[in-house]
Design a protein around this ligand. Sequence first.
Ligand code: ZN
Length: 356
Amino acid sequence: MQKSIERIVGDSEGVSYEFPVFRFEGLRFDGSDKAAPSAYLQAALHAGELPGVVAIDALMPMLEKAEAEGRIRGNITIVPQANPIGRAQYYFGEHQGRFHLGTRTNFNRGFPLLAAPDVELLPDTTLATADQRLKSRLLQLSLGHDIVLDLHCDDEGLAYVYVHASLWPAMADCAAAMGVDAVILWDEDTDGTFEGASITPYLNLRADVARFDRRVATTVEYRGILDVDGTLAGADAEGLYRLLVTRGVVLDQTLSTPGSFTGTVAPLENIDMMPAPRAGAILYSVKPGDRVAKGALLATIVHAPGEAGGSTQVFAPQAGIILTRRSRRIIRAGEDLLKLVGDRKSADARSGTLED
Ligand SMILES: [Zn+2]
């Protein structure tokens, strides 16, 4: 395993950012003339989302053992903390890791959507902002890997993944290996998420070049932002390791192949985001994982405490499963209360880009 340090030049003199990159070199033997697939893993692109960071921390010793035993077949690149800019952003004592404070841009938007998987097509970011330089570098580090995993988390939620429709059901083995609860399929990225930038360059290639049968690109949502926990990290590391073994990046004959994926699979258009009708305090009646019927009480918003008619109830517009809810209980009118994965298309379907 080799460690190197990446350096991103800041927006003013004397400021720069650093993050480590770890590389395991695959032996690339698999008894045939086809090279083993390679893998890229990154975590904390939204800098405060740490479940994936501690999962990678638990995964590293497993990979180092595999390396010592000569079982790494494909190259593996790992960026445990992908966003040193966001990691340093505190605003009045509160960490702000989702948006770049300098540009107000979401760290998981604005990645270049290249026409082909060629780093030569990356824009020149010499005169761009630091967050754009970071995005360009992360995409450059990941491009060319057959497997790209971007580890995030939600507010409070189940473990779930976003997958481009072209990779499903080919990626069902990965979802089963990781042990996630749900898979959300999306089909168009106009905003430049990291996942979108990882799959878009392959969409116009010939099938035998794009190799969707062995390609993996996914945003992994490791539950909620408070789910930074040693037991969960260990289980998630095992899931990631199982994925790498299942896809032939790492050899481990002691592992059995995962069974078929039995979780929820739904297109993005089935998600109801449930905007709050009023501002106030949220009293949730449901939690992630709950199955609800159409018309079930989801939450009560207390907007005028102690007054008659001072609270408003919100009901399920259709039957489905609660995927996520907010970790804080204060809300403004119009903000999303929760994500309900409906059995059918949502009446206010916001199809297209994944919602990480
Ligand atoms: Zn995120």
